[in-house]
Ligand binder design. Structure first.
Ligand SMILES: Cc1ncc(COP(=O)(O)O)c(C=O)c1O
Length: 383
């Protein structure tokens, strides 16, 4: 693995010249190439008007890049409008009536990955939540106690959006399969900042979206479905872009695509696909193994410096239990977020925690800028 030239790469993100940008967990910094892709959509609109072949091609380019990112096949990827859209489409294909009605989720979930499963209660599902242990983490044993022969699905986040904790996804997939259940991972807070191999993790489904670490934009996401499962999963969520032959225009039956495209629906998110193709191309060029290594070093540095100034973090210290996010306790997280913004340091907050989220375009100076600002604000904001 050769080391990318991270210093040169930083120059591709103009906002970094003006801000300390630690907010990729909300929305990535805009790359020059992504901006150019948006503009090329406008140029195409003016030059051609409705260039459908090119537009559908952009969607396919996104599919191929997501497959490469996750180490899956193109046919195992649905390009969706959001992570929620992917989970919803999948939910309609699952049967909760044949002795397996339980869906196990964790208390680390982003709302979408709990609300959608609760919505399935109308179709016979029972949702069980795995609570957080006293140390703020959810160990495998806590899941094991709740996964049984009535469990249809385990649906969990890879990295928690509230505290940055990373779950043991490979271990969970093993547990799920030992007990005859399926396994969905919501990798939205991990994909792009961490190296993900869905085959090595052995998950059945994975969802995410493009606006955070994947360097793309809003209004476009993905759903990975393990190839061997696709034929038996027939979503009631459908549409013309989910059909075997998109051009068939047949209004007398539903003939789902034999690929994961059956989880799509209508007209693809064309503009977003332009931007996302560019974002994913850049990301793949840098390479997720190198990105994961850099991001881990940055979060490590951040946690070590926080300890030095005596400021508590709620993110696990263990490198194996942490994603690209460091969450920092505060007496007033919203107020602290605002103070930092006034100093050109962009973060976000959830609950009582400030969230600093790191990508390959961050560096050690960003960590020092954040910690220095925190030190100067400790009287008002440190818990
Ligand atoms: C872990 C996680 N899952 C899902 C989502 C939202 O997904 P979408 O809005 O694409 O449905 C987010 C957004 O912040 C997230 O952090």
């Amino acid at each position: 693995m050769s080391t990318p030239d991270f210093k040169a790469l930083r120059r591709e993100f103009p906002v970094l010249a003006r801000k300390v940008y630690l907010n990729s967990g909300s929305y990535c910094a805009l790359a020059n190439s992504v901006r150019a892709a948006f503009e090329s959509y406008m140029d195409d609109r003016l030059a051609v008007g409705a260039d459908w072949d090119v537009w559908v091609g952009k969607n396919e380019a996104v599919r191929a890049r997501v497959a490469k990112l996750l180490r899956a096949q193109d046919d195992e990827i649905a390009v969706t409008a959001s992570a929620s859209a992917g989970i919803n489409a999948l939910a309609t294909a699952l049967d909760f009536t044949k002795g397996r009605d339980k869906v196990v989720v964790s208390d680390f979930e982003f709302p979408t990955n709990a609300q959608i499963w609760h919505a399935q209660e109308k179709r016979g599902a029972r949702v069980e939540h795995v609570p957080v242990a006293a140390d703020g983490y959810i160990p495998l044993e806590q899941f094991a106690a709740r996964i049984d022969d009535r469990t249809r699905l385990i649906a969990v986040t890879q990295v928690c959006f509230r505290n940055g904790a990373r779950l043991n996804i490979a271990g969970l997939a093993r547990l799920a399969h030992e007990r005859g259940a399926l396994m969905l991972v919501d990798c939205y807070q991990a994909a792009g900042a961490m190296d993900i191999d869905v085959k090595a993790l052995d998950v059945d489904f994975a969802v995410g979206g493009m606006l955070k670490y994947l360097l793309g934009t809003a209004g476009i996401g993905f759903l990975y479905v393990r190839g061997e499962l696709i034929a038996d999963l027939v979503p009631t969520h459908s549409g013309w872009f989910a059909q075997r032959d998109i051009g068939a225009m047949n209004i007398f039956s539903n003939d789902p695509s034999p690929t994961a495209r059956r989880f799509e629906a209508g007209t693809p998110p064309v503009v977003n696909a332009y931007a996302t193709e560019a974002g994913l191309s850049l990301l793949l060029e840098v390479g997720t193994p190198a990105i994961e290594q850099r991001v881990r070093a940055l979060t490590r540095h951040c946690l070590d410096r926080l300890r030095e100034i005596g400021w508590p973090s709620v993110t696990p210290d263990d490198d194996a239990r942490r994603g690209p996010m460091v969450c920092i306790r505060s007496r007033d997280a919203a107020g602290l977020n605002k103070e930092l913004l006034d100093r050109d340091i962009v973060t976000s907050y959830r609950d009582r925690n400030l969230r600093a989220t790191f990508h390959f375009y961050n560096d050690d100076e960003d960590v020092e800028a954040l910690v220095g600002a925190l030190a100067s604000l400790r009287d008002r904001y440190k818990p």
